[in-house]
Design a protein around this ligand. Structure first.
Ligand SMILES: Cc1ncc(COP(=O)(O)O)c(C=O)c1O
Length: 400
């Protein structure tokens, strides 16, 4: 019998961290707990009837293709429809679209293609925890650049890049979630997007633009996507249907310059051979029928109303000294407690008070942000939002 099973793990496997969020979220599943913890869409938005109709027709008419293995890069009709969708902002060809099993797989593929152990990735502080997990699995070194309410601070990014250049070092890429960021809800301003591209050109660093929430804007005008401002093929884009249709489809895409797309297709081959043809062809038909804009409009209305209710409740019940972001879209807002308070220490007290959140430190590559928390407003009902914020406020007041 093997005595030390761990002796057989690769360095990469030993380096992989269990997601703190997933562990904490297990506690929030108790039916009496109101959870602001997950990042789940409201199932009310799932287009069940349309997907049922399309699915039945697909099985009747094209079952032999839909249930067969498909090309690694994805089904042509879906790549064409996504290219059309992306071309709303900048002309895009289907050849530059690679279909993935969720954007999380996209992050893994990008990491696999670009990262060797100890390579540097620049990330926002805070940033999407699944990004950190993917880069960490390939043993990259993350350097965090703080953000404010206009997104990543470009003065600090410039300093970071200059400092690295002095030591002959160059990050493999800069990872940003520029629209209604998970976790903070912040959107990067146009000026910062332009500056980000200027710096990326100057220091010759690619940008990974991960934007699952881009179309979920409730108020104001959209700010151009970074890829639409890019003239030098510096941007890899991650898009997903998880928040526009439903996450259970596990369908997303990477859009990248041709040479990089080809590399990523090879990397994907050994992961899964191909994404499921069945779900790809369903979504291709859904897009072809022009159903997505109306679907997005419905989501915007529902989440916009939920956010308003949450902002009102925060204003009404939160004690002095607690601050929160006011996002214009997406699924999340960010709460900042007074510096001396720790959202990590208070987590179990919150659960005792039957309310849950995600600790902000999980989104920091440097373990900072102890006094912060991420709050989701898409999943809880309107009544739960009010009740949950009241419970959270009461618990915070009692511990101030
Ligand atoms: C910024 C960001 N990137 C990627 C993902 C993963 O999405 P998917 O469901 O497409 O794997 C998420 C999911 O919440 C996210 O917030």
């Amino acid at each position: 019998m093997i005595k030390d099973l761990t002796a057989f793990y690769s360095k990469a496997a030993l380096n992989m961290k269990r997601s703190e969020i997933r562990e904490l979220l297990k506690m929030t599943r108790r039916p009496d707990v109101i959870s602001f913890g997950g990042g789940l869409p409201d199932p009310e938005t799932f287009p069940v009837k349309d997907l049922e109709d399309i699915s039945c027709q697909l099985l009747r008419d094209k079952g032999a293709i839909a249930l067969q293995y498909g090309p690694t890069e994805g089904e042509v009709p879906l790549r064409q429809e996504i290219a059309k969708w992306m071309s709303r902002e900048k002309a895009t060809k289907p050849e530059n679209i690679l279909i993935t099993v969720g954007s999380q797989q996209g992050l893994d593929i990008i990491s696999k293609v670009f990262l060797d152990p100890h390579d540097i990735v620049v990330v926002e502080l805070p940033t999407y925890v699944g990004g950190l997990q993917a880069f960490n699995a390939y043993r990259a070194r993350m350097i965090g650049v703080p953000q404010d309410d206009e997104g990543m601070r470009m003065d600090l990014l410039e300093k970071t890049l200059a400092k690295l250049a002095k030591r002959n070092k160059k990050p493999k890429f800069i990872y940003v979630v520029p629209d209604f960021q998970n976790p903070s809800g912040v959107t990067m301003s146009l000026e910062r997007r332009k500056k980000l591209l200027d710096l990326a050109y100057q220091y010759e660093v690619p940008i990974v633009e991960d934007s699952p929430y881009r179309d979920l804007r409730f108020v104001g005008k959209p700010i151009p996507a970074i890829y639409s401002l890019d003239s030098e093929n510096h941007v890899i884009v991650l898009g997903t249907f998880s928040k526009l249709l439903c996450p259970g489809l596990r369908l997303a895409w990477i859009m990248a310059p041709t040479e990089w797309t080809d590399r990523m297709i090879v990397a994907k081959q050994s992961m899964d051979l191909c994404s499921p043809s069945y779900t790809q062809l369903i979504v291709a038909e859904y897009l072809k029928r022009g159903l997505l804009p109306k679907q997005i409009e419905n989501i915007r209305k529902l989440y916009g109303r939920k956010l308003e209710i949450m902002l009102d409740a925060l204003k009404k019940y939160m004690p002095k000294g607690v601050k929160w972001s006011k996002p214009k879209g997406g699924l999340f807002l960010w709460i900042e407690l007074p510096k001396r308070m720790s959202a990590n220490d208070l987590f179990l007290k919150a659960i005792e008070n039957k309310v849950a959140y995600v600790v902000g430190s999980a989104f920091h590559c440097d373990d900072a942000g102890q006094n912060t928390m991420r709050i989701n407003f898409s999943y809880p009902s309107e009544q739960q939002i009010v009740e949950g914020i009241q419970r959270l406020a009461k618990m915070l007041k009692a511990n101030m």
